[in-house]
Design a protein around this ligand. Structure first.
Ligand code: SF4
Length: 542
């Protein structure tokens, strides 16, 4: 089947059965790939009322029909499961190079069930699939484990890992890959931990069939050119998502002190410019990306020094805003620690701020938590992150009325936007199938200027552009903005591409439809089917 590798890899860790099933063409036509495949398989195969940490839960890895092809930013990989964080439908995606490598090995998807008897890792080397002992790696941090495995297996392997938080089944544990790319949300790392899987290593040397190779090459080349000619091309990449920090703060949407306020005084100390000035060693991009928004750098703080990728906006917002860390070096160190421990930086920053607010209000005591903790103090944050990774804190155990300070939707902590001033963004969080996640709809621009626009245009419009529109966005308009965004964004998650070229630079979505046609020989249609299916799964499970 053109565009696809053509096979699903199915692994039962309990019985050690491994087999390769053909990828159904009907599923490709109806659900395209990535998030669509995750939704379809979960809906059909997840037994109702499954324990997220039970052996019957599924762990799904899914690529899309454009993953691994010659076109801009075709390196996104999707993961799906029943969420330990929400009890409902879960998916999370990451960039890097894992998905293309899986396709080159011959598999569009991997569906993993059961539980390994001992700590293990999956070894996928083209046709050779093995469940191997992970005794040497268990207990190590995510970044350390990846480095060890690269040394042991060779640098040609693409590796994803979990950290101590995933091993301990922390409900917001993430998956790490490529020393700084994470599938962070919905607790997907803890599902892998519950299956006793520390890592998955893949090397692929095959090719993927293409419907019209000549046209696909020409269209791909043209797409790179078009992206590079977009007005935001030169301005957006240097700072990446961190570039919006000052703007979000200026419009009153940056969370601070566990979302008690929506503005901080020190955003100029933790913004994208400071990432470049004080941390950056080099730009870092995902597979085939012409706009490498990742920043690989080094940080030195009173709590230690580290090499890390980031921080991007969400991490800055949750640790620099919500936890009030004062410098970009401190935010970067918290970022490093989350990556090494295997904690989602969004949930980690949110839970740390929640604990500090509870401490300030006397709902938890120094005796209970073992230390005085306060906002703006890196030592407190490091202490709390280490506690979280050992599963020694749990918000539901604090009680004393603390629930009203826990900022979440469906059990998933908010991402980096305070919504008192942003009703559309609030609606997007409230209606997102996975819980509070900007992946489903980013509509803050609508709330601020009352029109559809992208972040780059808002920032380059300068102070006037950042000012709030006098025309208040009506609830009806908010609903329309959110629905439109929720229906366009899945396209990227289905195809296996990064959405930032479209969202930030205005690279038109029609380009992806054309690329899909020349690569698969089919016409693209995506509608509400995937969205409805994921909501049905949560309706059934929660
Ligand atoms: Fe990865 Fe950033 Fe490029 Fe998207 S824009 S593919 S997240 S490097």
């Amino acid at each position: 089947m053109d565009g696809y590798a053509g096979k699903i890899l199915r692994i039962n860790l309990s019985t050690k059965e491994i087999f390769k099933a053909p990828l159904p063409e009907k599923m490709c036509d109806e659900f395209i790939g990535g998030r669509g495949f995750v939704a379809k398989i979960l809906y059909d195969e997840l037994p109702p009322d499954t324990d997220p940490f039970g052996k019957n839960n599924l762990f799904i890895i899914a690529t899309g029909p454009l993953s691994g092809h010659f076109l801009p930013a075709s390196g996104k990989t999707h993961f799906g499961s029943k969420s330990p964080a929400t009890g409902g439908y879960a998916d999370s995606n990451m960039g890097g190079h894992f998905g293309p490598a899986l396709k080159y090995a011959g598999y569009d998807m991997a569906v993993i069930t059961g539980k390994a008897a001992n700590p293990s890792y999956l070894y996928i080397n083209d046709d050779n699939i093995e469940i191997r002992s992970a005794k040497a790696y268990w207990g190590h941090g995510s970044l350390t484990c990846e480095e060890m495995m690269k040394k042991d297996l060779g640098k040609d392997f693409q590796i994803l890992t979990i950290g101590p938080a995933g091993e301990k089944l922390v409900r917001f544990a993430c998956i790490s890959h490529d020393f700084g790319r994470q599938a962070g949300r919905t607790g997907i790392g803890a599902v892998l931990g519950s299956k006793n899987i520390k890592a998955i290593a893949v090397k692929g040397t095959g090719a993927i069939p293409v419907f019209d190779l000549e046209k696909a090459y020409a269209k791909g080349k043209q797409a790179f050119k078009k992206v590079s000619q977009k007005p935001g091309f030169k301005g957006w990449t240097p700072e990446g998502t961190a570039g919006i920090t000052d703007w979000v703060n200026e419009v009153g949407a940056l969370p601070a002190k566990n979302f008690q306020t929506s503005h901080i005084d020190h955003s100029s100390e933790i913004n994208g410019k400071k990432v470049i000035e004080r941390l950056k060693i080099t730009d870092k991009g995902c597979y085939c990306c012409p706009t490498p928004c990742g920043k690989y750098g080094h940080t030195i703080t009173s709590m230690g020094s580290a090499y890390m990728e980031g921080p991007e906006f969400e991490t800055i917002s949750l640790f620099g805003g919500n936890c009030l860390l004062k410098t970009i070096e401190e935010v970067a160190y918290a970022n490093y620690l989350c990556d090494e421990l295997g904690i989602d930086t969004i949930s980690g920053g949110s839970v740390a701020a929640f604990a500090i607010e509870c401490f300030e209000k006397g709902l938890i005591t120094e005796k209970e938590i073992g230390k005085k903790i306060k906002f703006g103090d890196l030592e407190s944050i490091v202490y709390l992150l280490n506690l979280m990774s050992k599963k020694e804190t749990a918000s539901e155990k604090i009680k004393n009325g603390s629930e009203k300070f826990a900022i979440h939707v469906k059990g998933l902590e908010w991402t980096g936007y305070e919504c008192r001033n942003a009703p559309s963004m609030m609606l997007a969080y409230m209606t997102a199938d996975v819980g509070a996640h900007h992946n489903r709809a980013w509509v803050l621009g609508h709330d601020v200027v009352g029109a559809a626009t992208n972040v780059h245009d808002l920032i380059t419009a300068g102070a006037d552009g950042a000012k709030r529109s006098k025309a208040v966005v009506s609830p009806k308009d908010s609903a329309k903005f959110v629905i439109d965004s929720q229906h366009i964004r899945p396209a990227f998650d289905l195809l296996g591409c990064c959405r930032l070229q479209m969202m930030e630079l205005g690279f038109e979505v029609e380009n992806y439809a054309q690329l899909y046609s020349v690569i698969t020989g089919k016409k693209i249609t995506w509608d509400e089917k995937v969205w409805n299916l994921t909501r049905l799964i949560s309706a059934r499970e929660i």
